[in-house]
Design a protein around this ligand. Structure first.
Ligand SMILES: [Zn+2]
Ligand SMILES: [Zn+2]
Length: 836
């Protein structure tokens, strides 16, 4: 038997055993409570580094613990394997996205296996596999039938030479990241999903997640949906008499509107200046503004830029003429892409007005300032204002509405007035927009639609799914998608009239593939549905989801939307896909997030070769609580490795005692002080680790196990039979508590110690209260001041407990002869004197 911790041999043997025995493959078992644990699946981008491992290590600890608690644990993995990086890498390396993707998957699968993550490999899926994307297309088809998927025109970043829409991130200083040509804003037809139909539902549903999701994720989703109540107001363009609808959440400030601002993409933006001397300036401004990144445009403190169109609009409430500007911070996606600007009461408008010398007019005054003044002719010097006043108060300089409290009645009265005059209406607005899912790229799921000259747009019938993405392609030099010009793919016949027709060549946004994948794992090889109903009903929804906070909005919101849609068509019986969510922090090295592009990556293979999978996992889980950022440290992983060596050596040294350990004693009775000390530490550690793990505080749980190990290492137990039993119990508990973190070492030593069965399915240990009591203290019992006996009590015993214990004592009872005592004197922690 080897006396050093040969992690390579131990880990290799168990890894192979678990894989060949399919230890983590599970099946439906209605007699057993299920637990569905899922980590956000990875994009197969190359090799995993230690920064990636964190998400999966956290998930694996939870999965293994739940299994020990007797759950039927579903813990699957797969690949989010469509997407731009594969296509770009293929173009650069003159390879094929399929080859690039598959070789990355193989590499990463090998790494997951090496790290001992407890996946059910029989359920592995890849979104780029036709057996998977058939169902992505099937869901799209259902959405089309229900009117949730539709086609419309919208503005997109368009690179002509590359023939594709670019994401904002792919526009580098107004140029295409790939060919460096200027990017245009083009109106293009594409496919959209009407997620806005679900806006209220998605908002309402957040309430059901309050117990299980981090609050900040809920807040981010709420803000993203961005429901606001207000009014739509019709302004009139002076020149043409055209109506300009604006949405405002502050109709109470209408009298303070001193300019209007249009989004640069607004159809009227360029028209208003056409034929005037402002035309050139306006056009230049629009061209530059539309290229600017949208988050940059709207960022707080960002540079507010604008241009006056030369046109005026009429305020419907007071007939005032106000200038119409175009401003970079107004987005076409919000409301109607036109806003009324009230600089006195909106900070963004305030900064813009100051920059361009536009009037600022106060129309809301704080109550204490407005008291006793003439509200209709309120004077205040705008030049003195340092910032906008967005708060509540009394409406001033607001015609007939002057003097009203804006929040209590002002807003409602203004809206009533607008409605009665037919110049506006009460309205709810959402920040959420419909989701554009068309991509003019190759490496994605084909959108299952057909364009027929006679019938128009026709959906591919279900029996013809999947529409296969051709793989025998070459990338044209132009950068266009290889299927856009692939006649073999494009030419088809119309399912309705049988005539010649053309396939849609746009592919789907890969976020669609990841919006429903958690369903597929429940029956990954199902041929007749996206998942068999009985599997869905048993396994879904996900009980615990683990992933990065960067997915707080898009992926998690889209998944919630898909689930609600599938629920509406009766395909699933739950409305929320993820009951609980844990968002882990980043792994930091040298002050930056660990990533390939930053060049600060620590190789997972190097670490696991040097220290083993167990030590690597242990360090990742010990270095910080899951939700916090983790600072990588070479000394830290060495510390974890040394700790495992100590565990190994201690177990080895005491193997015979542990194997021989007889019946467990009751509580601490009859144990030597040293044995009692070890047993107490054992049960206190079980209690502490259980408590911490229930809260995912893995770092403090591991710290408690390390302290326990210190006590075990120092303990000197003798040869008494109870000592052997105490030692065996301590060793067994140590292995059970460590097992979720360092499964290879624990499974190995479990076998070495001759413990029956597999540690993987051994019940999680329970702490026994009677084994945790501190050493007893002796209490003197007196009757009328004379010593009559002694009793043992815990050190923290209270006065009341001492009196009760004394009166229950057999000797004392004998002296009392059934009569109540005249008086009881208690000296805390020392004696009880009973006066009879
Ligand atoms: Zn280009
Ligand atoms: Zn047709």
């Amino acid at each position: 038997m080897s006396t050093h911790y040969d992690f390579k041999a131990i880990e290799t043997r168990l890894r192979e055993k678990w894989l060949s025995e399919k230890t983590f493959s599970v099946t439906r078992d209605p007699g057993k409570k299920k637990f569905y644990l899922l980590e956000m699946f990875p994009y197969p981008s190359g090799k995993l580094h230690v920064g990636h491992l964190r998400n999966y290590a956290i998930g694996d600890v939870i999965a293994r613990r739940k299994r020990m608690e007797g759950h039927n644990v579903l813990h699957p993995i797969g690949w989010d394997s469509f997407g731009m990086p594969a296509e770009n890498a293929a173009i650069q390396n003159k390879s094929h996205p399929y080859k690039w993707t598959m070789s990355n998957i193989e590499e990463m699968r090998r790494q997951f296996m090496k790290m001992g993550v407890s996946y059910d490999w029989d359920r592995e899926v890849a979104t780029s596999h036709p057996g998977y994307y058939k169902w992505t297309q099937w869901i799209f088809a259902r959405m089309y039938d229900e009117g949730v998927a539709y086609r419309k025109k919208s503005f997109v970043n368009w690179c002509g030479p590359c023939g594709t829409v670019l994401a904002n991130e792919q526009v580098v200083e107004s140029n295409c990241w790939r060919c460096d040509n200027p990017v245009e804003q083009q109106e293009r037809e594409g496919w959209f999903l009407a997620i806005t139909k679900y806006a209220d539902n998605l908002l309402e549903g957040l309430k059901d997640l309050e117990q299980g999701w981090p609050e900040r994720v809920l807040v981010m989703q709420q803000n993203w949906i961005g429901k606001s109540l207000g009014a739509e107001v019709d302004f009139t363009l002076e020149k043409t008499g055209e109506k300009l609808k604006v949405f405002t959440t502050r109709p109470d400030t209408l009298y303070g509107a001193t300019f209007m601002a249009l989004a640069p993409e607004h159809p009227l933006a360029s028209m208003l200046a056409t034929g005037t001397d402002r035309e050139k300036e306006v056009e230049t401004f629009i061209r530059e503004a539309v290229r600017q990144d949208k988050t940059e445009r709207t960022a707080e403190g960002g540079d507010k830029k604008g241009v006056f169109t030369g046109a005026y609009a009429i305020n419907p409430l007071n007939g005032e003429r106000i200038p119409v500007w175009i401003a970079n911070f107004v987005l076409i996606e919000y409301g109607s892409g036109a806003i009324m600007s009230v600089p006195a009461h909106d900070q963004r408008d305030f900064e813009f007005a100051r920059k361009y010398g536009i009037d600022i007019r106060v129309v809301i005054a704080p109550e204490e300032e407005a008291a006793g003044k003439d509200h209709a002719n309120y004077t205040s010097d705008p030049a003195l204002l340092k910032e906008a006043y967005p708060g509540g108060g009394i409406m001033v300089n607001s015609g007939p509405f002057s003097g009203l409290n804006n929040r209590n009645e002002g807003i409602a009265k203004v809206i009533d007035h607008l409605q009665s005059k037919g110049i506006g209406a009460r309205m709810v607005n959402y920040r959420l927009r419909d989701w554009g899912v068309s991509r003019q790229r190759y490496w994605g799921a084909p959108i299952p639609m057909i364009h027929c000259g006679k019938c128009g747009i026709v959906r591919v019938p279900d029996e013809q799914l999947p529409v296969i993405l051709p793989t025998d392609i070459e990338f044209p030099e132009s950068g266009h998608s290889p299927i856009a010009g692939n006649e073999e793919f494009i030419n088809t016949s119309c399912p309705k009239c049988g005539g010649a027709a053309r396939r849609e060549t746009d592919t789907m946004d890969t976020f669609m593939c990841s919006s429903w994948y958690y369903n597929r794992y429940t029956s990954a090889r199902c041929q007749t549905a996206f998942a068999a109903r009985e599997d869905l009903d048993y396994w879904a929804p996900v009980d615990q989801y683990v992933g990065g906070i960067e997915h707080a909005i898009l992926h998690l919101l889209y998944s919630r939307f898909f689930t609600r849609f599938l629920h509406d068509i009766g395909a699933v019986d739950f409305k929320e896909p993820f009951k609980r969510l844990l968002t882990q922090g980043m792994v930091i090295k040298d002050g930056a997030k660990m990533s390939k592009s930053k060049g600060n990556v620590v190789s997972l293979d190097v670490m696991s070769d040097r220290y083993g999978a167990d030590a690597t996992r242990l360090f990742i889980l010990f270095a910080a609580p899951p939700e916090r950022d983790l600072e990588w440290s070479d000394a830290g992983i060495e510390g974890s490795f040394r700790f495992l060596n100590r565990v190994y050596r201690w177990l080895e040294a005491n193997l015979e005692t542990i194997k021989g350990g007889g019946d467990r004693p009751t509580g601490l009775e009859g144990l030597s002080p040293e044995a009692a000390n070890v047993r107490r530490a054992t049960h206190k550690t079980i209690a502490r680790v259980t408590f911490d793990m229930d809260r995912f505080q893995f770092n403090t749980a591991i710290a408690a196990i390390m302290e326990f190990m210190n006590i075990l290492g120092a303990a000197k137990l003798g040869g008494a039979p109870e000592d052997g039993a105490v030692m065996a119990e301590a060793a067994e508990s140590l292995l059970l508590l460590l097992n979720p973190f360092t499964p290879h070492l624990c499974a190995h030593m479990w076998e070495q110690a001759g413990r029956p069965g597999s540690i993987l399915d051994h019940p999680w240990p329970g702490a026994m209260a009677e084994c945790m009591v501190e050493e007893s203290i002796e209490i003197v019992l007196q009757i009328n001041g004379k010593l009559r006996g002694r009793l043992l009590a815990p050190p923290d015993v209270t006065k009341e407990q001492m009196e009760m214990l004394a009166l229950a004592d057999e000797k004392v009872k004998g002296y009392l002869e059934g009569k109540p005592p005249r008086k009881v004197v208690v000296v805390p922690g020392r004696l009880v004197n009973i006066v009879v």
